[in-house]
Design a protein around this ligand. Structure first.
Ligand SMILES: Cc1cc2nc3c(=O)[nH]c(=O)nc-3n(C[C@H](O)[C@H](O)[C@H](O)COP(=O)(O)O)c2cc1C
Length: 321
C-alpha cells in the first residue's frame, strides 16, 4: 500500500506474524529503471515471505523489473491491475489494464520468461459502473492462459472517473461472491479475496472455499490483529514478540535505534501507532510517538515516555482491580 507498507512497516508487521505474506508498496517500472533502485528495492531479510508489487504495462520493462526483483531476493512479483488513481491512468497501468487483458497477458509472459519467481496479479472485478461478471471472468481467463496462477481479487469495481482513490476503496459495492465464482470457474487457480475484511471469523469464512485473504487497511490500522493469524491459519506459534504489545514495541525500539543516522526513527514509528488501539492509554501513547517536538529526542527516551504514559493510564483505569 502506497506510503504505508514500506520496509519499516513490514519489519513491524513481521513482529506480529511470521507467515502472513507481505507486499511492498506499488513501485512503477519507470521508478526502477530510471530511479534509485536501492531505495525502492532494499529490504531486510526478516521480511520474507515478501512480494514486490509492480505498476507498469510495457512487457519489456516488466521483464527488466522482474529480473531486478529476482536479483534482490523477493519471493513473488505482483502486477497491479487495480489502482484507479489518475496518475496511474496517465501511465496506462493499474486498474485500466483490466480493459487490456491481452497486454497484461504479454506482460505476464515476459516476466515468466525472464525469471523463475511466481508472477501474480491483483485486480478489481470491473471498470466503471457496469457490473458484469463475464468481464472479470474473461480477464482472468486470458491472463491465466499466459501462465499466471494466482489472482488477488479486490472484489469491487474501479470507477475511473468521478471518484478519488480513497472513494474507490469504499463506494463501489463489494462482491466477495465473485471471487468464489472465479474459483468455481477456474478451480486450478489460486484465488485470494481482498476488500473490507478484518475480523478473524470473516477471514476464516472466506477461506472456506477460497485460497487466501488479503487484508489491507485493517492490518495497518489495527496491527495487533496479525498476532492471531499464524496460529489460526497456519497452525504455527506466533513470533515470541507477538505475545505482548510491549514486546512488539520493545523490538521496534531496538530496530529504530539501529537505523542509519540518515533515517529518522519517526519514519518507522509512524507505522506502529495503531499497536495499542483499544487499550488503556492508547491515545496518550500515540500522541507521544507522533509528537513532532520529540522528533530529535533519542528514540529510547521517547519510548520511555510513551511506556510511562501507558502505565499512568492503566493505573488510572484500574482502581477496582
Ligand atoms: C493508503 C493505501 C495505499 C494503497 N496502495 C496500494 C498499492 O500500492 N497497491 C495495491 O494493489 N493496492 C493498494 N491499496 C489498496 C489495498 O491494497 C486494498 O486493495 C484495499 O484497501 C481494499 O482492501 P482492505 O479493505 O483490506 O483495505 C492501497 C490502499 C490504501 C488505503
Amino acid at each position: 500500500m502506497l506510503d504505508w507498507t514500506d520496509r519499516h512497516c513490514r519489519v513491524f508487521h513481521r513482529l506480529l506474524s511470521r507467515r502472513a505474506r507481505l507486499y511492498t508498496e506499488m513501485v512503477t517500472t519507470g521508478a526502477l529503471i530510471h530511479g534509485d533502485r536501492h531505495r525502492h528495492l532494499d529490504f531486510d531479510a526478516r521480511e520474507h515471505p515478501l512480494a514486490l508489487q509492480l505498476g507498469g504495462s510495457e512487457p519489456a520493462d516488466l521483464a527488466a523489473c522482474a529480473r531486478l526483483a529476482e536479483a534482490w531476493g523477493y519471493d513473488e512479483i505482483n502486477l497491479n491491475c487495480g489502482c484507479p488513481s489518475e496518475r496511474v491512468q496517465r501511465g496506462a497501468f493499474g486498474a485500466c489494464l483490466m480493459a487490456e487483458p491481452a497486454l497484461v497477458a504479454d506482460g505476464i509472459r515476459a516476466m515468466r520468461d525472464a525469471v523463475g519467481l511466481p508472477v501474480t496479479v491483483k485486480h478489481r472485478i470491473g471498470l466503471g459502473r457496469r457490473e458484469d461478471y463475464g468481464f472479470v471472468r474473461d480477464f482472468v481467463g486470458t491472463v491465466a492462459a499466459a501462465g499466471c496462477t494466482v489472482f488477488i481479487v479486490h472484489a469491487r469495481n474501479a470507477w475511473l472517473e468521478g471518484l478519488s482513490p480513497k472513494e474507490n476503496r469504499e463506494v463501489p459495492p463489494l462482491r466477495h461472491d465473485w471471487a468464489r465464482r472465479l474459483k468455481a470457474d477456474f478451480p486450478a487457480l489460486t484465488v485470494v479475496v481482498n476488500g473490507g475484511l478484518a475480523e478473524l471469523p470473516d477471514l476464516a469464512a472466506q477461506l472456506q472455499g477460497l485460497d487466501g485473504v488479503m487484508v489491507g487497511r485493517a492490518a495497518y490500522h489495527q496491527p495487533w490483529r496479525l498476532a492471531d493469524w499464524d496460529a489460526a491459519f497456519f497452525g504455527e506459534a506466533p513470533p515470541p514478540t507477538a505475545l505482548s504489545r510491549d514486546a512488539v514495541e520493545d523490538a521496534m525500539v531496538d530496530y529504530m535505534a539501529g537505523l542509519p543516522a540518515t533515517t529518522p526513527w519517526t519514519h518507522a514509528a509512524r507505522h506502529m501507532l495503531g499497536l495499542r488501539d483499544g487499550q488503556p492509554g492508547a491515545r496518550r501513547w500515540r500522541q507521544i510517538w507522533s509528537d513532532h517536538r520529540l522528533k530529535h529526542t533519542p528514540v529510547r527516551e521517547v519510548a520511555a515516555q510513551a511506556r510511562q504514559a501507558c502505565r499512568d493510564r492503566e493505573d488510572a483505569v484500574t482502581p477496582d482491580a
